[in-house]
Write a protein that binds this ligand. Structure first.
Ligand SMILES: [Zn+2]
Length: 416
């Protein structure tokens, strides 16, 4: 078995605090990394994510990043109505962190890349002058700061982000885990989960127009599904009883989709929308630079179709895929069966030819034992490499366990 890539992700503040060279030494020595990328458009999320404090940051115990800032120097003329915002923090704002990392990684002869993470606009603009770019639920309410992939300004913006990075930085891959369509609230029961997707996005005017050119009457769909949405969001006592019956029954997804064919049509339309969105990005990036790899960071590890992601349909518009399953950090060995099933699901969807990296959760409560098992399972499920999530929160024992797992899995790595 051969693994072509062992990648790891870094944040600008990791570079500022720990020092780029020290981090790269650690990643190469402990985890045998040959690919390092910067999460260069990052959402508002406390770091480290899954533990109280950083395990090895010498400067601070925690860090709360600004909302959806870009940590490179954007080429502003590329952008239209929506432009990226850069950091206002003193210790970050005067450095092109992407350029810094790319140069350091290249000097070591390694592969490098960049990630556009979950959100591309901040909450303030989403609530104000960019509110029309945000997904709408079936009741017409704005859904946080999740942009609508059918909105032309959003499409221009995301395309420009990718093209800016491809044109101006020596990166091998551009990866994204942009939040797709909102999928509605979770529900334990499979059929109830499918029905609750009606509370997801998007029902905006741009979706209505896109649906029309897709031969779907979104207004008729809306009228047909509004009572279902009401019955889930604000159920009467009788509706609550029916929902409870469904939840206790073995009625499955097929049955409820036959009861609500409009829901099926809408779910299909959302998948086609996301596929078109990636097709546009892929084509535009390759016009800028042919060799750059467009990588989906697939972070929704079950029922991704409810978010509009049909991996098999997207396959022609992706160059590689990263599974973002971090089951190791649950601390439960049984959870690794979820990892196994998800990895097989991705491989089935994208085929044997597509380069496919499997993430390994290295943060607490992952243990060295679980990390090693995660690496072995990744090899068994046909991955072409692994990808570590994330360095900032990883105890060094877990990084070393990545290297140990690679030896246990008996995988061959490229020479460096
Ligand atoms: Zn929309």
């Amino acid at each position: 078995m051969f693994f072509s890539e062992i990648s790891a992700s870094l944040y600008p503040w990791d570079l500022a605090d720990e020092g780029t060279e020290r981090i790269l030494d650690n990643l190469q020595e402990m985890a045998l990394c040959n690919s390092v990328y910067l999460i260069a458009l990052m959402h508002h999320e406390k770091r480290p994510l899954t533990d109280f404090f950083y395990p090895h940051n010498p400067v601070r115990k925690t860090y709360v990043p600004e909302d959806s800032r870009a940590y490179w120097q954007p080429e502003m003329p590329r952008y239209g109505r929506i432009v990226p915002q850069t950091s206002g923090r003193e210790f970050l704002k005067d450095t092109d962190w992407l350029q810094e990392l790319v140069e350091a990684v290249r000097a070591r002869g390694l592969k490098t890349g960049v990630e556009i993470s979950h959100t591309v606009i901040d909450s303030e603009r989403a609530a104000d002058d960019l509110s029309d770019c945000v997904q709408q639920d079936i009741f017409g309410e704005r859904m946080g700061k999740c942009v609508c992939p059918n909105n032309p300004d959003v499409r221009d913006y995301v395309r420009a982000l990718f093209c800016d990075l491809a044109a101006n930085y020596d990166v091998d891959y551009i990866q994204t885990c942009l939040i797709p369509f909102q999928s509605g609230p979770p529900a334990g029961h499979a059929a109830r989960r499918v029905l609750s997707s009606v509370l997801g996005g998007c029902w905006c005017g741009h979706c209505r127009a896109a649906a029309a050119s897709d031969d779907l009457d979104l207004e008729a769909c809306h009228a047909a599904l509004l009572p279902l949405a009401e019955s889930i969001a604000r159920p009467t006592l009788a509706q609550r009883q029916e929902g409870a019956l469904l939840g206790a029954s073995n009625t499955d997804e097929t049955a409820v989709l036959l009861e609500h064919p409009e829901l099926f049509n809408w779910l299909g339309f959302r998948c086609r929308s996301m596929t078109r969105f990636f097709a546009e990005v892929h084509q535009a990036v390759h016009e800028v630079r042919r060799g750059v790899d467009v990588r989906l960071n697939a972070y929704i590890t079950s029922r991704q179709e409810l978010s509009g992601l049909d991996l098999r349909a997207m396959r022609p518009h992706l160059d590689s895929i990263r599974s973002s399953d971090y089951s190791e950090q649950s601390g439960e060995a049984a959870r690794l069966e979820h990892k196994r099933r998800w990895l097989l699901s991705v491989r089935r969807a994208v085929g044997e030819e597509m380069p496919f990296l499997s993430a390994i959760g290295v943060r607490p409560k992952a243990t060295p034992e679980l990390v090693r098992r995660g690496v072995v399972i990744s090899a068994e499920c046909g991955a072409d490499g692994i990808t570590i999530g994330h360095y900032d929160g990883a105890p060094f024992a877990n990084l070393r366990a990545v290297g140990e797992g690679l030896r246990m899995a008996d995988v061959e790595l490229p020479d460096h």
